[in-house]
Design a protein around this ligand. Structure first.
Ligand SMILES: Cc1ncc(COP(=O)(O)O)c(C=O)c1O
Length: 392
Protein backbone atom coordinates (compact mmCIF):
# COMPACT_ATOMS: atom_id res chain seq x y z
CA UNK A 1 0.00 0.00 0.00
CA UNK A 2 0.94 3.62 -0.31
CA UNK A 3 0.96 5.75 2.84
CA UNK A 4 -1.15 8.80 2.09
CA UNK A 5 0.37 11.48 4.29
CA UNK A 6 -1.11 14.93 4.66
CA UNK A 7 0.02 17.61 2.23
CA UNK A 8 1.58 19.56 5.09
CA UNK A 9 4.26 16.89 5.48
CA UNK A 10 5.59 17.89 2.07
CA UNK A 11 6.36 21.30 3.56
CA UNK A 12 8.31 19.92 6.50
CA UNK A 13 12.03 20.44 5.81
CA UNK A 14 13.61 17.00 5.59
CA UNK A 15 16.39 17.94 7.90
CA UNK A 16 19.84 16.57 7.20
CA UNK A 17 20.65 17.25 10.82
CA UNK A 18 19.73 13.74 11.92
CA UNK A 19 22.49 12.43 9.67
CA UNK A 20 24.95 15.06 10.89
CA UNK A 21 24.25 14.23 14.52
CA UNK A 22 24.55 10.50 13.79
CA UNK A 23 27.96 10.97 12.23
CA UNK A 24 29.18 13.20 15.04
CA UNK A 25 28.24 10.68 17.76
CA UNK A 26 31.64 8.96 17.44
CA UNK A 27 33.16 9.41 20.95
CA UNK A 28 36.49 10.47 19.43
CA UNK A 29 34.84 13.42 17.71
CA UNK A 30 34.91 16.78 19.47
CA UNK A 31 31.53 18.21 18.60
CA UNK A 32 30.56 21.87 18.40
CA UNK A 33 27.55 20.83 16.31
CA UNK A 34 25.01 20.09 19.05
CA UNK A 35 23.25 22.43 21.45
CA UNK A 36 23.26 20.82 24.88
CA UNK A 37 23.65 22.75 28.11
CA UNK A 38 26.68 21.65 30.18
CA UNK A 39 25.65 18.34 31.83
CA UNK A 40 27.87 18.79 34.88
CA UNK A 41 26.08 22.03 35.78
CA UNK A 42 22.71 20.30 36.09
CA UNK A 43 21.92 20.12 39.82
CA UNK A 44 21.08 16.41 39.95
CA UNK A 45 21.18 16.24 43.75
CA UNK A 46 18.88 19.21 44.24
CA UNK A 47 16.38 17.95 41.67
CA UNK A 48 16.51 14.47 43.17
CA UNK A 49 15.75 15.85 46.65
CA UNK A 50 12.83 17.88 45.28
CA UNK A 51 11.50 14.81 43.42
CA UNK A 52 11.73 12.67 46.58
CA UNK A 53 9.85 15.26 48.63
CA UNK A 54 7.12 15.73 46.03
CA UNK A 55 6.49 12.00 45.79
CA UNK A 56 6.62 11.37 49.52
CA UNK A 57 4.47 14.31 50.52
CA UNK A 58 1.82 14.22 47.81
CA UNK A 59 2.70 11.49 45.32
CA UNK A 60 -0.89 10.62 44.48
CA UNK A 61 -1.74 14.19 43.51
CA UNK A 62 1.53 14.68 41.62
CA UNK A 63 0.87 11.54 39.59
CA UNK A 64 -2.72 12.50 38.68
CA UNK A 65 -4.09 14.46 35.71
CA UNK A 66 -3.99 18.20 36.21
CA UNK A 67 -5.13 21.48 34.64
CA UNK A 68 -4.18 22.63 31.15
CA UNK A 69 -2.80 26.03 32.17
CA UNK A 70 -0.26 24.47 34.55
CA UNK A 71 0.63 24.32 38.24
CA UNK A 72 -0.31 27.66 39.80
CA UNK A 73 2.69 28.07 42.16
CA UNK A 74 5.04 27.53 39.21
CA UNK A 75 3.15 30.10 37.11
CA UNK A 76 3.29 32.51 40.03
CA UNK A 77 7.03 31.99 40.31
CA UNK A 78 7.51 32.76 36.61
CA UNK A 79 5.32 35.88 36.77
CA UNK A 80 7.14 37.17 39.85
CA UNK A 81 10.51 36.68 38.15
CA UNK A 82 9.34 38.84 35.22
CA UNK A 83 8.23 41.52 37.66
CA UNK A 84 11.47 41.40 39.60
CA UNK A 85 13.93 41.01 36.74
CA UNK A 86 12.33 43.20 34.07
CA UNK A 87 9.89 45.32 36.02
CA UNK A 88 7.01 44.27 33.77
CA UNK A 89 3.50 43.76 35.11
CA UNK A 90 3.22 39.98 34.74
CA UNK A 91 0.45 38.00 36.38
CA UNK A 92 0.19 34.20 36.76
CA UNK A 93 -3.04 34.33 34.74
CA UNK A 94 -0.95 35.39 31.71
CA UNK A 95 1.39 32.39 31.98
CA UNK A 96 0.66 29.05 30.30
CA UNK A 97 2.97 26.11 31.08
CA UNK A 98 4.08 24.08 28.05
CA UNK A 99 6.05 20.95 27.37
CA UNK A 100 9.32 22.76 26.62
CA UNK A 101 9.19 26.13 24.84
CA UNK A 102 9.42 24.20 21.56
CA UNK A 103 5.72 23.44 22.07
CA UNK A 104 4.94 27.18 21.97
CA UNK A 105 6.23 27.25 18.40
CA UNK A 106 3.85 24.52 17.31
CA UNK A 107 0.83 25.84 19.19
CA UNK A 108 1.39 29.48 18.23
CA UNK A 109 1.56 28.44 14.59
CA UNK A 110 -1.55 26.30 15.05
CA UNK A 111 -3.66 29.16 16.43
CA UNK A 112 -2.39 31.88 14.07
CA UNK A 113 -1.69 30.33 10.69
CA UNK A 114 -3.78 29.22 7.78
CA UNK A 115 -1.88 27.83 4.78
CA UNK A 116 -0.21 30.68 2.87
CA UNK A 117 -0.25 33.12 5.81
CA UNK A 118 2.91 35.15 6.27
CA UNK A 119 5.37 34.97 9.13
CA UNK A 120 8.49 37.05 9.54
CA UNK A 121 11.67 35.42 10.79
CA UNK A 122 15.30 36.43 11.28
CA UNK A 123 17.84 35.44 8.63
CA UNK A 124 19.53 33.29 9.84
CA UNK A 125 16.75 32.03 12.11
CA UNK A 126 16.20 29.25 14.62
CA UNK A 127 15.89 26.00 12.71
CA UNK A 128 13.54 24.39 15.28
CA UNK A 129 11.11 27.26 14.74
CA UNK A 130 11.23 27.02 10.96
CA UNK A 131 10.55 23.28 11.25
CA UNK A 132 7.61 23.77 13.61
CA UNK A 133 6.07 26.59 11.54
CA UNK A 134 6.57 24.81 8.20
CA UNK A 135 3.99 22.18 9.08
CA UNK A 136 1.34 24.91 8.92
CA UNK A 137 2.36 25.81 5.34
CA UNK A 138 3.16 29.51 5.85
CA UNK A 139 4.97 31.94 3.60
CA UNK A 140 8.25 32.93 5.26
CA UNK A 141 9.52 36.52 5.10
CA UNK A 142 13.12 36.47 6.35
CA UNK A 143 14.77 39.70 7.52
CA UNK A 144 18.58 40.01 7.60
CA UNK A 145 20.08 39.85 11.06
CA UNK A 146 23.07 42.15 11.66
CA UNK A 147 25.23 42.60 14.75
CA UNK A 148 22.51 44.68 16.51
CA UNK A 149 19.46 42.66 15.49
CA UNK A 150 17.23 42.72 12.41
CA UNK A 151 17.88 45.35 9.74
CA UNK A 152 15.22 47.88 10.67
CA UNK A 153 14.61 49.23 7.17
CA UNK A 154 14.10 45.73 5.83
CA UNK A 155 11.99 44.87 8.85
CA UNK A 156 9.63 47.79 8.52
CA UNK A 157 9.27 47.36 4.74
CA UNK A 158 8.46 43.69 5.24
CA UNK A 159 5.83 44.45 7.91
CA UNK A 160 4.30 47.19 5.71
CA UNK A 161 4.29 45.13 2.48
CA UNK A 162 3.30 41.68 3.75
CA UNK A 163 1.63 42.25 7.14
CA UNK A 164 2.66 38.82 8.48
CA UNK A 165 0.56 37.29 11.26
CA UNK A 166 3.61 37.37 13.51
CA UNK A 167 7.32 38.05 13.48
CA UNK A 168 9.38 35.43 15.28
CA UNK A 169 12.59 36.75 16.84
CA UNK A 170 15.13 35.90 19.52
CA UNK A 171 16.39 39.24 20.88
CA UNK A 172 18.74 37.63 23.44
CA UNK A 173 21.77 35.60 22.26
CA UNK A 174 20.03 34.20 19.23
CA UNK A 175 20.32 30.61 18.05
CA UNK A 176 22.25 30.19 15.71
CA UNK A 177 24.18 33.50 15.59
CA UNK A 178 24.60 34.50 19.24
CA UNK A 179 23.52 38.05 18.27
CA UNK A 180 21.53 40.16 20.76
CA UNK A 181 19.38 43.09 19.70
CA UNK A 182 20.70 46.47 20.88
CA UNK A 183 18.32 48.49 23.05
CA UNK A 184 17.68 50.87 20.12
CA UNK A 185 16.76 47.93 17.89
CA UNK A 186 14.36 46.61 20.52
CA UNK A 187 12.59 49.97 20.61
CA UNK A 188 12.63 50.31 16.82
CA UNK A 189 11.11 46.84 16.35
CA UNK A 190 8.36 47.70 18.84
CA UNK A 191 7.73 51.06 17.13
CA UNK A 192 7.45 49.46 13.67
CA UNK A 193 4.93 46.94 14.95
CA UNK A 194 2.95 49.31 17.12
CA UNK A 195 0.50 50.44 14.46
CA UNK A 196 0.36 47.07 12.65
CA UNK A 197 -1.64 43.88 13.21
CA UNK A 198 1.53 41.81 13.42
CA UNK A 199 2.25 40.09 16.73
CA UNK A 200 5.84 39.93 17.98
CA UNK A 201 6.79 36.39 19.03
CA UNK A 202 9.68 36.92 21.42
CA UNK A 203 11.52 33.64 22.03
CA UNK A 204 13.52 34.17 25.19
CA UNK A 205 15.26 30.81 25.57
CA UNK A 206 18.55 32.52 26.54
CA UNK A 207 17.55 35.71 28.38
CA UNK A 208 19.00 34.49 31.70
CA UNK A 209 22.33 33.57 30.12
CA UNK A 210 24.06 36.93 29.62
CA UNK A 211 27.69 36.53 30.68
CA UNK A 212 27.58 39.82 32.60
CA UNK A 213 24.45 38.65 34.45
CA UNK A 214 22.55 41.83 33.50
CA UNK A 215 19.00 41.56 32.15
CA UNK A 216 18.18 43.21 28.81
CA UNK A 217 14.81 44.86 28.44
CA UNK A 218 12.41 42.62 26.47
CA UNK A 219 10.63 43.89 23.37
CA UNK A 220 7.46 42.94 25.27
CA UNK A 221 8.16 45.79 27.66
CA UNK A 222 7.72 48.26 24.78
CA UNK A 223 4.87 46.37 23.08
CA UNK A 224 3.08 44.66 25.92
CA UNK A 225 -0.30 43.71 24.47
CA UNK A 226 1.09 42.72 21.08
CA UNK A 227 3.91 40.43 22.19
CA UNK A 228 3.87 36.78 23.10
CA UNK A 229 6.97 35.72 24.95
CA UNK A 230 8.18 32.17 25.44
CA UNK A 231 10.60 31.06 28.12
CA UNK A 232 12.15 27.82 29.24
CA UNK A 233 13.77 26.05 32.17
CA UNK A 234 15.80 23.93 29.73
CA UNK A 235 18.94 26.06 29.61
CA UNK A 236 18.83 27.20 33.24
CA UNK A 237 17.83 24.03 35.12
CA UNK A 238 17.34 20.95 32.92
CA UNK A 239 16.06 20.30 29.40
CA UNK A 240 14.92 16.78 30.35
CA UNK A 241 12.16 18.13 32.61
CA UNK A 242 10.59 19.56 29.42
CA UNK A 243 9.03 22.59 31.06
CA UNK A 244 8.67 25.96 29.37
CA UNK A 245 5.96 28.64 29.26
CA UNK A 246 4.17 31.24 27.21
CA UNK A 247 3.61 34.74 28.63
CA UNK A 248 0.87 36.32 26.54
CA UNK A 249 -2.16 38.63 26.62
CA UNK A 250 -5.39 36.98 27.80
CA UNK A 251 -7.03 37.14 24.37
CA UNK A 252 -4.22 35.08 22.82
CA UNK A 253 -3.77 32.76 25.78
CA UNK A 254 -7.43 31.73 25.59
CA UNK A 255 -6.97 30.32 22.08
CA UNK A 256 -3.55 28.90 22.96
CA UNK A 257 -5.05 27.03 25.91
CA UNK A 258 -7.67 25.41 23.63
CA UNK A 259 -4.91 24.20 21.29
CA UNK A 260 -2.79 23.00 24.23
CA UNK A 261 -5.68 21.01 25.70
CA UNK A 262 -6.35 19.35 22.37
CA UNK A 263 -2.66 18.54 21.91
CA UNK A 264 -1.80 16.93 25.26
CA UNK A 265 -4.29 17.95 28.01
CA UNK A 266 -1.46 19.40 30.11
CA UNK A 267 2.31 19.35 30.53
CA UNK A 268 3.97 16.73 32.70
CA UNK A 269 2.53 17.51 36.13
CA UNK A 270 5.20 15.61 38.07
CA UNK A 271 7.92 17.66 36.35
CA UNK A 272 6.05 20.87 37.16
CA UNK A 273 5.74 19.98 40.85
CA UNK A 274 9.38 18.90 41.13
CA UNK A 275 10.52 22.08 39.46
CA UNK A 276 8.32 24.23 41.64
CA UNK A 277 9.61 22.55 44.81
CA UNK A 278 13.18 22.88 43.55
CA UNK A 279 12.73 26.60 42.85
CA UNK A 280 11.25 27.20 46.32
CA UNK A 281 14.46 26.18 48.00
CA UNK A 282 17.21 26.93 45.49
CA UNK A 283 19.17 30.10 44.96
CA UNK A 284 18.70 29.96 41.21
CA UNK A 285 20.71 33.17 40.73
CA UNK A 286 23.78 31.53 42.22
CA UNK A 287 23.35 28.54 39.83
CA UNK A 288 22.93 30.96 36.97
CA UNK A 289 26.10 32.81 37.88
CA UNK A 290 28.03 29.53 37.59
CA UNK A 291 26.46 28.74 34.21
CA UNK A 292 27.10 32.24 32.85
CA UNK A 293 30.70 32.22 34.09
CA UNK A 294 31.38 28.88 32.37
CA UNK A 295 29.71 29.79 29.08
CA UNK A 296 31.34 33.23 29.08
CA UNK A 297 34.81 31.73 29.60
CA UNK A 298 34.20 29.16 26.87
CA UNK A 299 32.88 31.77 24.46
CA UNK A 300 35.85 34.11 25.01
CA UNK A 301 38.27 31.22 24.51
CA UNK A 302 36.53 30.25 21.29
CA UNK A 303 36.60 33.84 19.97
CA UNK A 304 40.33 34.17 20.80
CA UNK A 305 41.18 30.88 19.10
CA UNK A 306 39.13 31.76 16.03
CA UNK A 307 41.04 35.07 15.81
CA UNK A 308 44.46 33.46 16.38
CA UNK A 309 44.32 30.18 14.48
CA UNK A 310 42.10 30.82 11.50
CA UNK A 311 42.83 32.47 8.13
CA UNK A 312 42.07 36.19 8.15
CA UNK A 313 39.06 36.45 5.79
CA UNK A 314 37.15 34.37 8.31
CA UNK A 315 34.90 36.25 10.72
CA UNK A 316 32.64 35.38 13.62
CA UNK A 317 29.99 36.89 15.86
CA UNK A 318 30.79 38.09 19.40
CA UNK A 319 28.01 36.79 21.65
CA UNK A 320 27.24 38.50 24.95
CA UNK A 321 25.48 35.38 26.20
CA UNK A 322 23.79 32.11 25.27
CA UNK A 323 25.35 28.98 23.86
CA UNK A 324 26.13 29.61 20.18
CA UNK A 325 28.17 31.70 17.81
CA UNK A 326 28.34 31.78 14.05
CA UNK A 327 31.42 31.95 11.86
CA UNK A 328 31.62 32.98 8.22
CA UNK A 329 34.13 30.90 6.28
CA UNK A 330 36.67 32.32 3.82
CA UNK A 331 35.02 33.29 0.49
CA UNK A 332 33.52 30.44 -1.55
CA UNK A 333 34.33 27.79 1.07
CA UNK A 334 31.48 25.29 1.50
CA UNK A 335 30.33 24.55 5.04
CA UNK A 336 29.25 21.07 3.94
CA UNK A 337 32.80 20.40 2.81
CA UNK A 338 34.13 21.74 6.12
CA UNK A 339 31.70 19.39 7.88
CA UNK A 340 32.72 16.27 5.94
CA UNK A 341 36.46 17.04 6.13
CA UNK A 342 36.04 17.92 9.81
CA UNK A 343 34.59 14.49 10.57
CA UNK A 344 37.77 12.93 9.10
CA UNK A 345 39.79 15.11 11.52
CA UNK A 346 37.39 14.19 14.38
CA UNK A 347 35.78 17.59 14.82
CA UNK A 348 32.12 18.41 14.08
CA UNK A 349 30.54 21.78 13.30
CA UNK A 350 27.04 22.55 12.09
CA UNK A 351 26.70 23.96 8.55
CA UNK A 352 24.59 27.14 8.65
CA UNK A 353 22.45 26.23 5.61
CA UNK A 354 19.31 24.98 7.45
CA UNK A 355 19.08 28.26 9.38
CA UNK A 356 18.36 30.15 6.14
CA UNK A 357 14.73 29.31 5.33
CA UNK A 358 14.73 30.63 1.78
CA UNK A 359 18.26 29.46 0.90
CA UNK A 360 21.76 30.83 1.48
CA UNK A 361 24.23 30.53 4.35
CA UNK A 362 26.46 28.03 2.51
CA UNK A 363 29.58 29.74 3.86
CA UNK A 364 28.50 29.80 7.51
CA UNK A 365 28.86 27.39 10.43
CA UNK A 366 27.29 27.39 13.89
CA UNK A 367 29.53 26.63 16.85
CA UNK A 368 28.25 25.60 20.27
CA UNK A 369 30.34 26.60 23.28
CA UNK A 370 28.26 25.33 26.21
CA UNK A 371 28.95 21.62 26.23
CA UNK A 372 32.67 21.13 25.52
CA UNK A 373 35.37 21.73 28.15
CA UNK A 374 38.18 24.23 27.58
CA UNK A 375 40.74 21.56 26.62
CA UNK A 376 38.30 20.14 24.09
CA UNK A 377 37.66 23.62 22.72
CA UNK A 378 41.41 24.16 22.23
CA UNK A 379 41.94 20.75 20.63
CA UNK A 380 38.75 20.92 18.54
CA UNK A 381 39.55 24.35 17.11
CA UNK A 382 43.12 23.27 16.32
CA UNK A 383 41.64 20.42 14.30
CA UNK A 384 39.13 22.73 12.64
CA UNK A 385 41.78 25.26 11.70
CA UNK A 386 43.78 22.44 10.05
CA UNK A 387 40.72 21.56 7.96
CA UNK A 388 39.96 25.15 6.98
CA UNK A 389 43.57 26.03 6.12
CA UNK A 390 43.68 22.96 3.90
CA UNK A 391 40.52 24.06 2.06
CA UNK A 392 41.51 27.71 1.53
C1 LIG B 1 15.85 29.56 20.40
C2 LIG B 1 15.25 28.33 20.97
N1 LIG B 1 13.94 28.31 21.24
C3 LIG B 1 13.35 27.22 21.75
C4 LIG B 1 14.07 26.07 22.00
C5 LIG B 1 13.36 24.90 22.55
O1 LIG B 1 13.78 24.61 23.86
P1 LIG B 1 12.91 23.87 24.93
O2 LIG B 1 11.77 23.18 24.23
O3 LIG B 1 13.82 22.89 25.57
O4 LIG B 1 12.42 24.92 25.87
C6 LIG B 1 15.43 26.03 21.72
C7 LIG B 1 16.24 24.82 21.95
O5 LIG B 1 17.42 24.78 21.78
C8 LIG B 1 16.05 27.20 21.19
O6 LIG B 1 17.36 27.24 20.89
Amino acid sequence: MEYRFARRMKHAPKSFLEELFRVSRDPEIISFAGGLPASDLIDVKGISRAAGDVLEEGGREALQYSTTDGYLPLREYIASRYRKRYNIPADASEIQIVNGSQQCLDLAAKIFLDPGDGIGIERPGYLGAAEAFSLYEPEFYPVSLGGDGPDIEEFSAMIRDFSPKFFYGIPNSQNPSGVSYSSDTRKAVAECLDDSDTVFYEDDAFGELFFDGKPRSPVKKHLFRQTIMSGSFSKIISPGLRIGWLFAPAGILKEFNVAKQAADLHSNFLSQKILSRYLERTDIDSNLRAICRRYGDNCRLMCDLLDDLFPSPMSHTHPQGGMFMMATLPPKMSSMKVFSEGIKEKVAVLPGIPFYVNGGGEDTIRLNFSSAGQDQIREGLERLSTVIRRLV
